[in-house]
Design a protein around this ligand. Structure first.
Ligand code: 9MR
Length: 372
């Protein structure tokens, strides 16, 4: 009894101290507008940071597996599926009344090479790869049938100029690989929502490549529910008017719109590294890591204002926007500490490294309260 009670009391005390006297939370403040999510990873689930899970359950009402459902993790070898970590995420979400987002079924990245090859290392034929894709989607989506609100079916299939990304999927199967993926996902869980997800797809040129994908699926009667705009953003980019316009344009197609991987980078970063093209990186230099000792007030204010402005726009579109997911729990967990330049100290989220509520957090809450 004592064994259970002591950790339970400790977690409760930690929870109380972490949220101070503020009673509201992100998910409560945005109830009736859209879901608020975070990315969950192995570190949170491992228990080494005992604050993580209770804090997530308190602040958020949806979770996305940051890596656990990606092909290389969930299906690392032919015929071998590893559901353990992803199962714990789904169990945790259900116990806490949270929605689960499945991320991701078809992507060029984090997909092992064997997926595209036969046992002798020769490139698969179109039919063989389609069969493999169908098996993967049926197995993974089928495993979570009825437990996942929606799937990122295809991720990052469009280049900056709007053309289709030259992936193995495109090369071997051809343009209809996306149609097939959406069809297979729908077969495996007819009630799940299905999304196309990308970064920089708020920008006009890339949007011009995503819109035909949506229209093509619609014209063929293939289910697609929404477009995810990842939202790997910066203090100076994108222009808020572009975000505003893109949400309107996707919504006009009947799409639900989600900001699926939101953070705002505050560190000096060359514009050619904006977005999330993870094959591009740059070497570390101290001059590119100026805030190791803390975020200066002036930058904190810029971050706060930008988050406030963004949520004003999202609230304006709350008939179309169904979810906003932050890509990381607090600043210490963000992938932006290590990409595109490794080993930096970034401050892109609403909670600091000690779970403190940043001014941007209060500003985001305030935007929702203004229209109550
Ligand atoms: O945050 C994820 C990071 O832990 C992984 O190392 C990385 C590897 O590809 O993927 C990150 O998440 C990506 C997401 O799945 C898709 N959009 C871009 C995200 C940042 O790279």
């Amino acid at each position: 009894m004592k064994k259970i009670l002591i950790p339970a009391i400790a977690a409760f005390v930690i929870l109380l101290s972490s949220c101070g006297s503020d009673e509201t939370t992100l998910s409560k403040a945005y109830e009736g507008h859209f879901l608020i999510g975070t990315a969950l990873n192995r570190m949170h689930l491992s228990g080494t940071d005992p604050q993580a899970m209770p804090f997530i359950a308190q602040q958020f009402n949806s979770v996305t597996a940051e890596n656990a459902m990606k092909w290389e993790r969930i299906h690392p070898e032919p015929g071998r599926y590893e559901f353990g970590l992803a199962d714990s995420i789904v169990d945790f979400a259900e116990k806490n009344g949270m929605q689960v987002i499945g991320h991701v079924l078809v992507w060029h990245s984090q997909t092992p090479q064997w997926v595209f090859q036969d046992s002798l290392g020769n490139q698969l034929t179109r039919d063989a790869l389609l069969e493999r894709l169908r098996d993967h989607i049926h197995t993974v989506v089928g495993h979570y049938k009825g437990r996942v609100l929606g799937w990122d079916v295809v991720n990052e299939a469009v280049e900056e100029d709007g053309s289709l990304r030259k992936t193995k999927w495109l090369e071997i199967i051809g343009e209809d690989y996306m149609e097939k993926a959406f069809i297979y996902a729908h077969e495996a869980d007819p009630d799940a929502e299905l999304y196309y997800n990308d970064y920089n797809n708020e920008e006009r040129a890339k949007r011009a490549g995503v819109i035909p994908i949506v229209k093509n699926l619609q014209s063929k009667g293939i289910r697609i529910d929404g477009v995810g705009i990842q939202g790997h953003w910066h203090l100076d980019s994108p222009d808020m008017r572009v975000i505003d316009e893109s949400i309107g344009e996707y919504a006009a197609l009947g799409m639900k719109v989600m900001i699926t991987e939101l953070e705002i980078n505050v560190l000096p970063t060359p514009a050619w590294l904006y977005g999330a093209e993870i094959s591009r990186t740059m070497e570390y230099r101290d001059s590119l890591n100026p805030f190791v000792a803390g975020l200066p007030d002036s930058v904190q204010t810029q971050l706060t204002n930008r988050y406030a402005e963004l949520f004003r726009i999202l609230l304006k579109h709350d008939d179309a926007v169904t979810r906003v997911t932050f890509w990381g729990l607090h600043d210490g967990y963000s992938w932006k500490n290590n990409w595109p330049i490794p080993g930096r100290t970034n401050y892109p989220l609403l909670f600091d490294r000690s779970y403190g509520l940043k001014p941007a957090y209060h500003a985001v809450i305030k935007e929702a309260e203004k229209i109550k």
